[in-house]
Design a protein around this ligand. Structure first.
Ligand SMILES: Nc1ncnc2c1ncn2[C@@H]1O[C@H](COP(=O)(O)OP(=O)(O)O)[C@@H](O)[C@H]1O
Ligand SMILES: [Mg+2]
Length: 484
């Protein structure tokens, strides 16, 4: 319902009153922490030409008002319109799941580009348009709808024929990718290791399943609407019931449409022959860990469904060098391995260590800390390090206003039976902790630097300071190489 001038000219769309420019349409949405309806006055003061609302709020005279049942849906649809429905002008794949979304997104984007398709991608780590990359510093994996649409529009402008975007369940619930016309819905896994409440897992799964529904009813662009599903995951039965014209499954067994044959795990990755619904191809993966075989199968399904030839998929995967901060090797010729990983919770820390174990001849050393966010199981992280590594260094990771030493004590509490000095150390200064780990590493050891991954800042009581885990690791290795 519209009140006021229906011909009002809109120059932009804003959902954050602090970022309203004169002439913008301000859409009041219920965020995680704030409700935009409380900031209508501020938005008008900053020059908003029109306001979209789902609740009754007083709006000064002379400002056009759009009332709608859901401003979240409104924000998505209005943004898509504002930017000219960019997702109808390229083929679009969405990637969701608990783990591996970012990796699959960038793998698929890499394969597309490598096979000559101009492509775009949006993930936790970066926005990419035609091979050019911009860091994602928004703090959100899937940004709000206007940003999603703006990026898609930029991709179209740059001539992109395809785009791959990472969609968290949060984003799906909040309708951030609602006005995206998907062609492919890809799923990694839907873990429920730490969910004791079945209903919660079902709800979580339901949120993710919406990606299939969005895809099935999206505008037709001549690509058969396809769901790419992990057959080996407990989510499979549930997801396979969602109606969609085509379903491709991937997994380790021949029951899946895409699966590996003659799989060989190598020192730095794997090699296999990949069976697909469209033929076979040889694949060499230069990224470690078994889960990356799953990620590669998933990305292959996405690319095949988007029209890439099967041989090009094989060739493209071989050239994929991993995602920044995801088991990212740091190799300056030293005689021990160093990896950077984003794992910053007990479960992901345990699985990153478990993945590195088979590639480690001697000791597995890990540097990590717990963040200020209270939803992280600090003793659990200590337990994971104690169980899966041979030596660990507890350090600092985004403590915000909390005392890093106290956080470290909470972590240490989980490392029962482990002796300080012998089995682990606490080195609060992260730079010093990284240097310490590199200093004690011996030939054949693996050092995992966990938690910061691709992030570019360290958030402390003093505010946000620049941080570059790779630069720190390289500096430490260079120092070590210089003295030995
Ligand atoms: N398919 C997978 N299954 C389980 N764990 C994975 C998988 N892919 C990646 N991981 C782990 O999760 C971490 C995050 O990977 P990422 O691709 O960033 O996933 P997401 O974007 O879903 O958080 C990786 O560093 C790795 O330790
Ligand atoms: Mg991600």
């Amino acid at each position: 319902m519209l009140e006021g001038d229906p011909e009002v000219e809109i120059t932009g769309i804003a959902y954050d009153s602090r970022r309203v420019s004169p002439g913008d349409l301000f859409v009041a949405v219920h965020g995680l922490h704030v409700d935009g309806h409380h900031y209508v006055g501020d938005a008008v003061a900053k020059g908003a030409a029109a306001i979209a609302l789902e609740r009754r709020v007083e709006v000064p005279k002379g400002v056009s008002v759009l009332r709608m049942p859901s401003t979240r849906i409104g924000l998505a649809e209005l943004s898509a319109e504002f930017y000219g429905r960019p997702s109808r002008r390229l083929k679009l794949a969405g990637v969701t799941g608990t783990d591996g979304k970012t990796t699959v997104t960038h793998m698929a984007e890499h394969v597309l580009q490598a096979s000559g398709v101009v492509a775009g991608a949006m993930s936790t780590v970066a926005f990419k348009v035609s091979g050019r990359e911009v860091d994602n510093v928004s703090g959100q994996t899937t940004t709000e709808a206007p940003d999603v649409q703006a990026w898609l529009a930029r991709m179209v402008e740059a001539g992109a024929a395809c785009a791959v975007i990472e969609a968290t369940s949060h984003a799906l619930v909040q309708e951030r990718v609602r006005a995206c016309d998907f062609d492919i819905a890809a799923f990694t896994n839907v873990g429920h290791d730490h969910l004791d409440y079945h209903a919660t897992w079902e709800e979580y799964l339901e949120a993710k399943a919406r990606l299939i529904d969005l895809t099935a009813r999206a505008a037709d662009k001549g690509v058969e609407k396809t769901a790419v599903l992990n057959r080996d995951d407990p989510s499979y039965e549930h997801l396979a019931r969602r109606p969609i014209p085509r379903r491709w499954t991937y997994g380790m067994t021949t029951a899946s449409d895409l699966h590996p044959l003659d799989l060989a795990i190598t020192g730095s990755g794997s090699r296999f022959r990949m069976k697909t619904p469209l033929g076979e191809t040889d694949v060499t993966l230069n990224v470690p860990a078994r889960f990356n075989i799953y990620n590669a199968l998933c990305a292959a399904g996405v690319c095949l469904a988007l029209g890439v030839a099967v041989e090009d998929v094989g060739r493209g995967l071989a050239g994929f060098e991993g995602v920044r901060g995801r088991l990212e090797p740091v190799d300056l010729g030293q005689d021990f391995r160093v990896y950077i990983d984003f794992a910053h919770a007990a479960g992901s820390l345990a699985s990153a260590l478990a993945e590195l174990r088979p590639f480690t001849r001697e000791r597995l050393i890990v540097v990590f800390g717990s963040t200020a966010r209270s939803d992280h199981d600090r003793p659990g992280m200590g337990r994971a390090a104690a169980e899966f590594s041979d030596f660990f260094i507890i350090t600092t990771d985004d403590p915000l206003s909390e005392d890093p030493s106290e956080i470290a004590r909470d972590v240490q509490a989980g490392a029962e039976g482990k002796a300080p000095g012998l089995d682990f150390e606490v080195v609060i200064d992260r730079r010093a902790a990284i240097r310490r780990a590199i200093e004690i590493a011996r030939p054949g050891d693996t050092v995992l630097l966990a938690g910061k991954g691709h992030e570019r800042s360290m958030r402390t009581a003093r505010g946000s300071e620049p941080w570059d885990e790779r630069a720190e690791a390289e500096a430490a290795i260079r120092e070590r190489l210089a003295v030995s």
